[in-house]
Design a protein around this ligand. Structure first.
Ligand code: HEC
Ligand code: HEC
Ligand code: HEC
Ligand code: HEC
Length: 352
């Protein structure tokens, strides 16, 4: 049985840089819950960030200031990475898919698959080949001459060709958590890879990752507005729950990975309970709390844990259709403020 006992912390190696606030267990540990693969895209459908940059200049400049961009160059040189790779029996970090799946973007080129960037546009918005032309083409007209009906049809087609747009909060969040909470038991237990941080969707998306510069035409890079932040917060908690429940099913031994994943579920159970209390009008939150407790956190309990995660997934899909955040003011006191945002926000440069 994995009981959630926080005293297990001390048995875990891996220390987070102390500079950042808000990590769970007082920053005493970090791990990457690695299962990367969840977010891995089909290399044959990847167009690479340079193709996006042709039109999206400011978004690309913002991305270039992030850890997501820099990991491409930094990871292979990092001593910590070399140690992990050695323990995992990996010789070349850039060509071994285990690390590549979460740290890089891989594109099919002729006969080979090549890492072309760090975590890039398509790691979050999905592989672009089937939707890049559609989403930007104004139905063969211009922004002015395209009708409303044509615009709606264009976005519908882009969605069905896989594009993950700004409004698709659940899908965006699935990608973040798919890397940041990952079910890779060996990587954590044997490799000593950190098992992730206390990721929350608001503070982690509104700092260095923020690139809300397209619709402002490069004038500003404003944070998501109040109602959207409520949705990001709530859906983020839901996806944390879904992902960490699935991560617990991947635990096979009573070693750090199992405890971390169980702690992760325990932590989000409490956060959801607080949210349910703060916004009792949103009945779905109480349901999430119920699902969160519907399977116990122990080894060999895959069936019940997976069923719970599936219910969470189903509920979240409906939640994002039904709500826009306007009735969730109760959550405001729980949502991390700007002082918690991770990393520096890039303001667009005067010269476009
Ligand atoms: C499941 C996805 C995943 C896989 C697979 C993965 N990583 Fe990571 N890695 C992450 C995430 C996410 C972070 C950032 C953790 C955080 O801060 O929450 C990270 C952080 C790191 C760091 C610390 C970077 C820093 O900023 O100091 C190193 C080093 C690292 N990974 C090495 C590796 C190596 C080597 C491999 C392959 C053996 C690997 N990772 C495989 C997701 C992954
Ligand atoms: C040929 C120019 C062009 C290229 C190349 C391009 N985009 Fe766009 N993108 C646009 C235009 C134009 C819009 C806005 C369309 C509108 O307002 O109806 C847009 C909008 C978007 C949006 C916002 C959608 C929303 O939710 O409203 C995202 C996200 C996006 N693009 C991502 C990408 C990514 C990722 C790539 C590379 C795979 C890419 N774009 C390549 C022109 C382009
Ligand atoms: C780490 C995941 C991630 C990466 C990498 C990423 N995006 Fe985004 N993108 C998002 C999220 C999340 C939003 C919505 C942000 C919000 O709500 O504050 C967004 C929003 C956008 C928008 C809408 C901006 C607006 O003005 O509203 C565009 C356009 C876009 N992204 C294009 C890109 C391009 C081009 C790249 C690569 C250079 C890229 N994104 C890289 C996650 C990502
Ligand atoms: C394909 C895997 C992947 C996806 C998808 C992903 N990340 Fe990351 N993220 C990483 C890795 C790996 C790192 C660590 C990079 C490094 O420092 O070497 C990281 C680092 C970060 C950092 C910097 C943390 C620090 O150490 O300061 C932030 C912030 C972040 N991610 C937010 C997000 C958000 C928000 C999303 C979703 C909108 C997201 N990430 C999606 C893999 C991913």
């Amino acid at each position: 049985m994995i009981s959630v006992r926080l005293s297990f912390n001390s048995s875990v190696s891996g220390t987070r840089r102390p500079s950042r606030p808000g990590y769970f267990l007082s920053g005493s540990l970090i791990m990457c819950f690695t299962a990367c693969g969840a977010a891995a895209s089909n290399p044959a459908l990847i167009v690479g960030p340079n193709a996006c940059a042709e039109c999206h200049k400011q978004e690309t400049e913002a991305w270039k200031t992030t850890h997501h961009f820099k990991t491409f160059r930094d990871l292979p040189r990092s001593e910590e990475a070399k140690k992990i790779a050695e323990k995992m029996g990996i010789r070349r970090i850039k060509s071994e898919s285990l690390c590549v799946n979460c740290h890089f973007t891989v594109q099919q080129k002729d006969d080979s698959k090549e890492p072309v960037a760090g975590i890039s546009c398509e790691s979050c918005h999905s592989a672009g080949k089937d939707w890049i032309k559609v989403h930007s083409g104004y139905s063969g007209k211009t922004a002015k001459t395209e009708t409303k009906a044509e615009e709606a049809a264009r976005w519908k087609l882009a969605d069905s060709n896989g594009m993950i747009r700004t409004r698709a909060i659940y899908q965006l969040a699935k990608n973040c958590y798919g890397c940041h909470v990952v079910p890779q038991e060996e990587l954590v237990n044997k490799g000593g890879h950190r098992a992730g941080s206390a990721f929350d969707l608001v503070s982690w998306s509104q700092g260095e990752v923020r690139h809300n510069t397209w619709y402002s035409k490069g004038k500003e890079n404003a944070a998501a507005n109040t109602t959207r932040r409520r949705m990001l917060y709530l859906v983020g908690l839901g996806v944390e729950l879904e992902t960490s429940l699935r991560a617990v099913t991947k635990a096979t031994v009573r070693k750090p990975y199992a405890f971390f994943m169980a702690q992760r579920v325990d932590r989000v159970r409490k956060q959801l309970a607080a949210a349910a209390k703060a916004a009792p009008n949103v009945l779905e939150i109480a349901k999430l709390v119920e699902y969160a407790h519907s399977a116990s956190l122990k080894l060999n309990n895959e069936k019940l844990l997976t069923a719970a995660a599936d219910r969470v997934s189903h509920l979240l899909t409906g939640l994002t259709d039904k709500y826009d955040g306007s009735t969730m003011a109760g959550l405001d006191a729980l949502i991390p403020g700007p002082e918690k945002y991770v990393g520096r926000v890039r303001q667009p440069s005067a010269v476009n």
